[in-house]
Every structure is written in structure tokens, then in C-alpha cells.
Design a binder for this molecule. Sequence first.
Ligand code: FDA
Length: 392
Amino acid sequence: MAASDIYDAIILGAGGAGLMCAAVAGQRGRRGLVIDHADEPGKKILISGGGRCNFTNIGTAPDRYLSANPHFARSALSRYTAADFIALVDRYNIAWHEKTLGQLFCDGSAKQIVAMLLDECAAGDVTLHLRDAIRDVGHADGIFRVDYGDRTATAPALVIATGGPSIPKLGATGFAYDLARRFGLKVVEPRPALVPLTLPQDEALFHALAGVAAPVVARAGGASFAEAALFTHRGLSGPAILQISSYWRHGQPIGIDFLPGLANWLVEAKRTRPRATVKSVLSDLLPARLAEALAERLALPGALDEQRDAALAEIERRLADWQFHPNGTEGFAKAEVAVGGVSTDVLSSKTMAARHLPGLYVIGEAVDVTGWLGGYNFQWAWASGWAAAQDI
Ligand code: FDA
């Protein structure tokens, strides 16, 4: 085997986590090889945030991540913070802005983030190999071997950074899980997250609202999010729904508060506008088509002063916790991330190293750590990549 094929670390996957890990390890003097089957690095970075990459969130905290072990992300997130990544972005003079809820985006383009990471890799003398499939991965006598294309590389450290299966058309695969299982690591069954939910056909009234959006509070699985919801031809989307989808389980309802922050509004309206109808009062508060659909479901015709206060209060309660029964999600084809992944039970939270196999690391989305919508997932990719790089 040619000497050039011996490395200190082989990193599988040139996404956010893999590039960060390779760059930092390289700058610490480790000889790193990154292998990716895609034709360019960082494809998910390039399409993220509508092409502007929501690269971090200044509200990053462990409780904004889902994992079988809610404490696992704490160590890496506290050692490489949003402020650290912002400092890097600033060093490259990449202009950015806060859009909403602590979400930071490039003013220009996500391409700047990929270019920055590649420059950082170059500063660490990292070798990047694209466009070839990984044919086999083996381990013997403390050395990992990776066969890719028509080459073979070996190293005492192997980093699995091939992400999750969301958006397969971008080259995403479940490779990380398969490889982890081969090395005896437990995997928490992945499911689509940050994904639109679908509604059954008998919710036709709501299917007809495709394109209508409203600020709501969405609730499921003990979580709640106050953001916009959007009706689609197939069901529900928008930030509030994407967020809640990560907590939703098949068979559960989701509750939507269509009038967050309002109390006694209908009973009050009966005093001030006795001849108004539920529909006309709703039309003042919600988009007209939504008000119409909800009023039709509530089936309470006639003027408010013809209704008992108790009946109006019941309507207020229903609109504050409208029960939808999704029959599924739009799946990995549309999901931004996966919930689940390589179990945190088998990894060190400090170094991301496999507990029983020295030299093996798992970082980024491949790990059972999933952030909220809003830059949290990239911050996990940077932080977990950085943590592994300190140990390589
Ligand atoms: P990532 O998936 O980025 O990288 C894995 C790499 O491994 C890829 O380059 C892939 O080609 C390669 N690979 C996979 N299988 C392989 C195999 N078998 N052989 C060789 N290579 C293989 N997050 C956020 O914080 N802010 C945002 O704005 C967005 N926006 C967003 C939009 C959309 C449409 C999606 C789908 C996702 C987001 N996300 C996001 C989530 C974010 O993109 C995601 O969490 C990170 O990209 C995960 O980084 P990783 O490096 O772990 O995996």
C-alpha cells in the first residue's frame, strides 16, 4: 500500500460535521482524509435556510435537542458554542443577520459557509476525496481500513459523519447506522423529523385550505411551539408543525391553539356585538378561509346572543386545542432531519468516541441528537465535530 494512503484519521462524510472535524483535527497536526460519495461537499449546507444557511442559533441549549439521553449534548455544546462559530464566520468576514428567534443566517449565500469550511480544511492540510463509493470498512489490530473507489486508506481513527437519511436525492443514506451496527453500536430507530404531517382524507375541509397560514401554538408529546402553521394539500406544515413533528408519534393527536393569548374573546364579543356570528368574529381574527372552515366544523349558526355563554366558552376551548389526527408524515423525502440514530449510550459525550472500540467516533446527525428547527442542528454538527477533533 502506498504511504500516502496512511492517515491519522479517516472521516466519512463531507457535511458540516465531517468538514468541521477534519479541519480542526488537521489544524491540530493530524493527517486527515475525508471521503464522500457526493460530487460536492456540504450539499445540505448549500440548500439550507433557503440558500442562506441558518448556521447557528444564539439560544442554543441542551433542552432544545431531542435524544434518548437529554444530557448527552451538553458537554459538546458547552465547549464549542454558537459564539465560537460566529467568531469563525466573522473571521471570514461573512455578513450575517438574526432573522427571528435567535436564528442566524448569512446575508449572502450558504456557499460562503462551505467555502469557509473548505478553507479551514485546507489550513489543516486535509485531503478531500469526492465522487467515490465507500466499498468496505474494516478494523483489525487497532487500525481502520476503508476501501473506496479503487483506493484503500488506513488510520487508527475513523469518524462516522455520514449524517441521516433525510432527502435521499441529495445523497443522504442510512450508511452511518449500518456501519455503526456492524461495529456493534446500538442504533435508536430513526424516524423523520422537522417534517410536514399528513391528514386523512376525511379532513377534506382542511385540505381545501392549502396555502393558508396562521400563527398558532402547536402541541404534542409534552412539547409546544408558538410559530406559524401552514395548511398544505396533504396536511399541515410551517415552522410550528415542523417543530412539533419531532415530538409527534403515530396514533397521537396534535393540538392547535388557533387564537394563542386570547381568553373569553367569544363570550366578550356576545356583549359587544350580540348580532355577530361565530364565523364573523373568527373572520376578524383569522384568515377568512380558515375562519370559514373552522366555523363550518363548529356548526353553531345564528347570532351570538342566541347562544348560551357555556356553549361559547366551549367553542373557545375547542379553538384553543383543536385536535388534528395526522395519519403520517411526508417521510424522509421531505424531512429536514432524523430523530434517532447511533445511541448515545455507546458514545462518550465528551469525545464522541465509541466506548468499546477505541478510535471509532460518530458525530453530527448520525448520532441520536436532534435539534429544533432554527440553526440548532448545524450547531450540533459543528460542536460534535469539534469535540471529536480534540480527541483524535
Ligand atoms: P450531512 O448530511 O450534512 O453530511 C453527510 C455527508 O455524508 C453528505 O455529504 C453525504 O453525501 C455523505 N454520505 C452519506 N452517505 C454516504 C455514503 N454511503 N458514502 C459516502 N458518503 C456518504 N439545519 C440547521 O441547523 N439550519 C438550517 O438552516 C437547516 N436547513 C436544512 C434544510 C434542509 C432542506 C435539510 C434537509 C436540512 C436542514 N438542516 C438545517 C439540517 C442540517 O442540514 C443537518 O442537520 C446537517 O447537515 C447534518 O450535518 P452532518 O454533517 O451530520 O450530515
